[in-house]
Design a protein around this ligand. Structure first.
Ligand code: SF4
Length: 431
């Protein structure tokens, strides 16, 4: 039996694409994990539709597709084409879990939520020709003895971050615009540290990335994990919450264990915005001092900001830009508020009739798909381009990067890669 797993594409997005030199960013663990969950009597192939054209006449028994919301038009097109040829298609992932009935108009079965506990049963049903439409586990998977993703099915040369892994799942918070808690549940789960270390010891490079939504979500676990990572002498990064700045011991261990950088969702400098999105614990007033503490510990901060929240007017871009430059944030990621299905933000904007565009291909956080409150859609779009282009001008990259000489080359390289994306955006002179 042959299973073809496909990662769809989105050409509109600035993120998750493959560069002209053929490099993508971090490996996404979804399909390699599904491959690892598949019994040995299946022949499994992973096809990355971002770089490999799909051969619809290939001899396959079952196709599996997963993707983000912005990749859904491509996912559905691929699914429709296989089904026209009589091949059954299964879909899963965050978008499909939020809108399973929409997905079922393009495929034969969907996995809602985590696949670990239902995937083998789905394949058994397929073999017996009794595939059900919806597969949903009644409980969350236990993170003990998790399978190791089948990285051997990927083209290693394609990724700048090949070794990605998970130590925890979920997040102790539940911010309105984020799908993490809706997908992984309210429970913050952790993997046995022995299992995490065993997986890391199998990597043939010194660098890896924790794909966790918040690696410091449970400080006690994080401290133990970091302590045990120290002897491995690896270098790593992850997503983390700004709350870690309050715990000097946590910061020390993060850095001592090789944690060189952290993606931190700062989101907004307006406390009203943060409170409204149920991220009030992210105290805007303390951002500056917290960033400094994290940087002083030897950890670079990649701050993430969302524009178009209800308290934002068109001055938000200039204010945020000044903040990024004053704090000398090592890199910044900017997003236009995007109502992703399955989130509170989606439900609220939908209810108030503010969603203006339902082309999922535009839901990559770089295009306006709803009616903002404090500025026009055009101001929001132009402001997004303006701040990206300005943050990543050569002059401003150097101003921020020279805050310290430690890891200077790595920091400049990361900024240049953001600059490449910024240069694809229109040049807006004024906001
Ligand atoms: S802290 Fe981050 S990962 Fe957690 S719910 Fe909020 S946005 Fe999502």
């Amino acid at each position: 039996m042959k299973l073809l797993l496909i990662l769809p594409r989105n050409e509109r997005s600035y993120w998750g694409t493959v560069s002209r030199s053929g490099k993508a960013g971090f490996v996404r663990l979804n399909l390699p994990t599904i491959a690892a969950l598949t019994p040995k009597d299946w022949d499994v192939e992973i096809l990355d539709a971002r770089v490999t054209p799909v051969d619809y006449d290939a001899k396959v028994d079952l196709v599996g597709i997963t993707g983000f919301t912005a990749e859904m038009p491509s996912a559905y097109e691929i699914a429709d084409n296989f089904r026209k040829r009589g091949v059954k298609v299964v879909m899963g992932g965050v978008h499909v879990s939020a809108l399973p009935d929409e997905a079922l108009t393009h495929c034969d079965a969907v996995v809602i939520g985590e696949a670990e506990l239902v995937w083998a049963g789905l394949l058994e049903d397929f073999k017996k020709d009794s595939l059900k439409q919806k597969y949903k586990s009644k409980k969350l998977c236990d993170m003990k003895n998790m399978v190791i993703a089948r990285r051997d099915l990927l083209d290693k040369k394609m990724f700048s971050g090949f070794y990605t892994m998970q130590a925890t799942r979920g997040c102790p918070f539940n911010c309105d615009y984020c799908a993490v808690t809706a997908f992984f549940g309210n429970e913050f789960r952790v993997r046995p540290i022995d299992d995490v270390l065993t997986e890391i010891q199998g990597f043939d490079t010194d660098e890896f990335f924790f794909m966790d939504d918040n690696i410091v979500g449970r400080a006690k676990y994080a401290k133990e994990l970091f302590t045990r990572l120290i002897p491995l002498k690896k270098t790593w990064g992850s997503q983390a919450s700004i709350t870690m700045a309050k715990d000097p011991e946590l910061l020390r261990l993060y850095a001592a264990s090789g944690g060189r950088y952290a993606f931190i969702g700062l989101e907004s400098l307006s406390q009203k915005n943060l409170d409204k999105m149920h991220k009030g614990w992210n105290a805007a007033k303390g951002f500056n001092a917290s960033i400094k503490k994290i940087q002083d510990a030897g950890i670079a901060v990649i701050g993430s900001f969302v524009f178009g929240l209800d308290e934002d007017d068109s001055s938000v871009f200039k204010t945020t830009f000044d903040f990024v430059m004053d704090c000398k944030i090592d890199a910044a990621q900017y997003h236009i508020l995007t109502p992703l299905p399955g989130t509170v933000t989606y439900n609220e904007l939908e209810k108030s009739g503010r969603i203006t565009d339902r082309d999922w291909g535009k839901y990559h956080t770089g295009e306006v798909v709803y009616k903002p409150q404090g500025m026009t859609a055009d101001e929001l779009q132009r402001g997004y381009y303006w701040i990206f282009r300005n943050t990543y001008s050569i002059k401003n990259i150097l101003k921020r990067s020279f805050r310290t000489r430690k890891d200077l080359v790595r920091r400049i390289a990361a900024n240049l890669s953001y600059r490449k994306k910024a240069l694809k955006m229109p040049d807006v002179l004024e906001v």
